[in-house]
Design a protein around this ligand. Structure first.
Ligand code: SF4
Length: 281
């Protein structure tokens, strides 16, 4: 026996945007046998499996085009106006779980675009949230990814800069500096979600307090990648797992103190399963 002691970080687990979306889906599925959802409701395969067993059916945009007179959920990432138009054309009823933080950001970007400003978004251009943000500008917003920081595209002399809610504040401020060094006038709006940014800061303290860290998240979770990077920087003995199957006993020494934490899309029940498995080593 390794006799590990483990602690789950109380601040890890669903953010309020994800709690709201999951609750809406569960409420609907308690009265109905199925519910369509445009894209994965949460970036966590284990939680998704649980919701699918309740009747959640994940569809993509192509499938949405063919769907008529059904009920479809919009997830916390939000959607572009074109999705709402498509839903109206197809007679779909929407259950809209767009996170209020992202809705506010969408409105700010729309206002800036309509005022004639050049909208620059720092984020992952393939991420659903960013696709929804670019949709507010009729596809005109310019997206800069963290990997573009080494070679920025040609830009006008003045930009309105926004940020995908789950990006790293440090990288966002680096972009601002790079733009200003080029003589570009930047009207910057720090739109990083405080739920993620505050966790990031507090996670540094948590990760430094244990011999080993087990970070639990789905491989597709943006804030999961970002928060894991924070753990790994503070505590090199940090391991990323998506389920109990990924755990390896040889990561641990006898009597290690293990911290368990996760992303805003990691359910508490999954972290508890990890803890139970660790206790069996
Ligand atoms: S991380 Fe923030 S913006 Fe994203 S869903 Fe959660 S509360 Fe909303």
């Amino acid at each position: 026996m390794l006799n590990l002691s483990s602690t789950i970080n109380e601040e890890s687990g669903f953010c309020f945007g994800v709690i709201y979306a999951v609750q809406l889906a569960e409420d609907y599925l308690s009265q109905n046998d199925h519910l369509y959802c445009l894209g994965a409701l949460v970036h966590n395969d284990m939680e998704l499996q649980r919701l699918k067993s309740l009747g959640l059916r994940i569809i993509d945009r192509r499938q949405l085009q063919a769907l008529k007179n059904e009920v479809v959920m919009i997830r916390a990432h939000g959607e572009a106006p074109a999705t709402y138009r498509q839903a109206r054309r197809n007679g779909l009823t929407l259950i809209d779980a767009s996170c209020p933080v992202i809705l506010k950001l969408q409105h700010r970007i729309k206002r800036a675009y309509e005022a004639g400003e050049t909208v620059l978004i720092f984020g992952n251009r393939d991420h659903a949230e960013v696709i929804g943000l670019v949709g507010q500008t009729e596809g005109k917003a310019i997206v800069v990814d963290e990997s573009d920081l080494g070679q920025l595209p040609e830009l006008p002399p003045r930009v309105s800069l926004f940020c995908q809610t789950t990006q790293r504040p440090k990288a966002f401020y680096r972009l601002k500096k790079l733009l200003e060094n080029r003589g570009i006038q930047v009207d910057m709006q720090d739109t990083v979600c405080r739920q993620v940014a505050d966790r990031n800061n507090r996670l540094k303290v948590f990760a430094g307090s244990f011999d080993k860290i087990v970070f639990v998240a789905g491989a597709a979770s943006s804030n999961g990648k970002m928060l894991f990077r924070t753990c790994k920087t503070v505590n090199p003995n940090s391991y990323f797992v998506s389920s109990t199957y990924d755990l390896k006993p040889d990561w641990f020494e006898p009597y290690d103190k293990v911290g368990i934490c996760g992303a805003t899309s990691t359910p508490m029940w999954l972290m508890e399963e990890i803890q139970t498995r660790l206790q069996s080593y």
